[in-house]
Design a protein around this ligand. Structure first.
Ligand code: ADP
Length: 246
C-alpha cells in the first residue's frame, strides 16, 4: 500500500496562509500519511521575546539547556498542537508526537566537533516503523515535531529533514513510501529566485555536480542528501517542492 511522509519547513507552517494551504493539501492526500514539521523561526522569535539570544553555526541552532526548553515548548507544544487542531478541523485524526513519545525516534547527543558544541542536538539512530505502522493501521495520522530523545531521559533538538528520512525508511518495510519535502519554493532550482529554472530530476551524479557548481547550497544540501539516502534505503520516490506537488 502507498504511504506519504510529508515534511514541511518552518516557513510553510509559520505563515497563516501557507499553513492553511498545507492543511488543505495534506487533508486531501489519500491513504496513510505522516507529517513531520519544522519551526525554527518561531523558536527564534520566542527566544527573542524571552530575552534570549539565538546562536546558529552553519544553519544549526546551538541548543543549551534554556534553548532546549524553548524549542520543546515551541516545536512540541505550540507549533505541533496548532497543526493537530487544524487537521482535526479538516477531518484528519491527527496525533501530535515528538520522537520521545512511544519511543518513535531515538537519537544520541551530537559530540562536539571542530571546537563546536551544538549542545542538546540529536543525531538520529533509528525510527520505530512497526509502532508507527500500528498507529497508521488504526487510521491515526502522526504529526511529528523535530524533537527526539536518547533513551536516558534527555530530549534532543533534531533536524526535521533527517527525521522525515528516517521515518520514511523505517516505514518502507511496511509500505510503498513516497517522501516529500515541502518548502516555500517550487523545488530545487538553478536560480532559486527563478521558478522557470526548476530542475526536474536529480541523481547522485547530478547532486555532486550541482554542489560543485554552487547551485545546491545551504539548507538544500542536507535535504537532497537525505532524499538520496532515502532512495538508497528503499523509499519508492522522493519529491522536493511545494505542498501541492502531485
Ligand atoms: P526548510 O524550510 O525545509 O527548513 P531549508 O531552509 O533547510 O528548508 O532549505 C530550503 C532553502 O534552501 C530555501 O529556502 C533556499 O533558500 C535554499 N536553497 C539553496 N539552494 C537552492 C536551490 N538550488 N533551489 C532552491 N532552494 C535552494
Amino acid at each position: 500500500m502507498g504511504l506519504t511522509v510529508l515534511k514541511v519547513g518552518g516557513a510553510v507552517v509559520e505563515n497563516a496562509e501557507s499553513l492553511a494551504r498545507l492543511i488543505a493539501d495534506f487533508a486531501a492526500m489519500e491513504g496513510p500519511k505522516v507529517l513531520v514539521h519544522g519551526g525554527g523561526r518561531s523558536a527564534t522569535a520566542m527566544a527573542e521575546r524571552l530575552g534570549m539570544e539565538t546562536r546558529m553555526v552553519e544553519g544549526r541552532r546551538i541548543t543549551d539547556e534554556d534553548m532546549l526548553g524553548v524549542v520543546t515548548m515551541v516545536y512540541g507544544g505550540l507549533v505541533n498542537k496548532r497543526i493537530v487542531a487544524l487537521l482535526q478541523a479538516a477531518g484528519v485524526n491527527a496525533l501530535g508526537l515528538t520522537g520521545a513519545d512511544m519511543d518513535i525516534i531515538r537519537s544520541h547527543r551530537r559530540p562536539p566537533k571542530g571546537g563546536i558544541d551544538y549542545g542538546w542536538v540529536g543525531d538520529v539512530d533509528r525510527a520505530d516503523g512497526q509502532r508507527l505502522a500500528r498507529l497508521l493501521g488504526e487510521g491515526i495520522v502522526p504529526v511529528i515535531a523535530p524533537l527526539t530523545h536518547d533513551g536516558q531521559g534527555h530530549l534532543l533538538n533534531t533536524n526535521a529533514d533527517t527525521m522525515a528520512q528516517t521515518v520514511a525508511c523505517a516505514l518502507a518495510r511496511h509500505y510503498e513510501v513516497s517522501l516529500r519535502y515541502a518548502f516555500e519554493k517550487r523545488g530545487v532550482m538553478r536560480n532559486p529566485d527563478d521558478p522557470e529554472t526548476l530542475i526536474p530530476n536529480i541523481t547522485e551524479v547530478d547532486f555532486r555536480r550541482l554542489c560543485e557548481e554552487g547551485v545546491i547550497q545551504g539548507g538544500m544540501k542536507p535535504k537532497v542528501e537525505n532524499a538520496l539516502e532515502a532512495i538508497r534505503q528503499g523509499v519508492a520516490e522522493v519529491r522536493i517542492g511545494e505542498t501541492r506537488i502531485a
